[in-house]
Design a protein around this ligand. Structure first.
Ligand SMILES: [Zn+2]
Ligand SMILES: [Zn+2]
Length: 227
């Protein structure tokens, strides 16, 4: 078996356990894993950014605005959005190499269980959707693939309309986009939104506000990387 990223042969691929379970564990080699940085230590209780204070300045700014106050209860992430993670996400996002996400299955599930253990059974787990145009261009929704690693819940028909590419915009422009999400049903349980990355938090907050306007009591988010 080879590493999903660098294709180096993995050591010890056959042991008695793998021999008997016959289930291939797609993964990365140690060298590649060491280049990914887990978020560890003290974090902001709201957005999971590394922080020595309980609530970081970013979150204070969000919470001070009436339109965003308490819209997103809490974000949890797994990795820092460092150079390695940037390359990996770019590869599956823009070049469709979604098999790479398999390498994160285990750690993604584990972090989810650690942080949402008391919540998820009473909640819906919902991937951030792509617009139809974007989905056609990319062929798959990375948030949807990540959500498939988590427990299955009822589907919520959250949809997204097409806007200009986020990556082309400045931070200010990204923070002033119009709400791209549409929801045509009532939601009476908490929701855990899933996405590949939390950067400014604006996309997740628009989705969260859309859900809250539809009656959702609380919205959390869970992302693979934290920018
Ligand atoms: Zn590797
Ligand atoms: Zn924060």
């Amino acid at each position: 078996m080879t590493c999903l990223w660098c294709f180096e042969q993995l050591a010890n691929t056959i042991n008695w356990q793998s021999f008997f379970t016959l289930r291939e564990q797609n993964t990365f080699c140690d060298d590649c894993l060491h280049q990914l940085k887990r978020i560890e230590g003290d974090v902001c209780s709201r957005c999971f950014r590394e922080s020595t204070v309980n609530v970081c300045s970013d979150c204070h700014t969000w919470e001070k605005q009436r339109a965003w106050k308490d819209v997103l209860t809490k974000n949890v992430s797994v990795f820092h959005y460092n150079e390695m993670m940037k390359q990996m996400i770019a590869k599956w996002k823009y070049r469709g190499d979604y098999v790479l996400t398999e390498g994160f299955r285990h750690v993604f599930k584990k972090q989810f269980n650690e942080h949402f253990r008391d919540i998820w059974q009473k909640a819906y787990i919902v991937p951030i959707p792509l617009s139809d145009e974007r989905l056609e261009e990319r062929a798959f929704n990375q948030a949807q693939v990540l959500t498939q690693f988590l427990p299955r819940t009822k589907e919520i028909q959250l949809t997204r309309v097409h806007h200009e590419k986020q990556a082309k915009k400045t931070r200010h422009e990204r923070l002033t986009i119009k709400n791209p999400f549409i929801l045509r049903e009532r939601v009476n349980k908490p929701v855990i939104l899933v996405d590949d990355i939390y950067t400014t938090g604006i996309t997740l907050r628009y989705a969260a506000r859309t859900l809250k306007n539809a009656g959702c009591p609380a919205v959390y988010s869970f992302t693979l990387a934290r920018g």
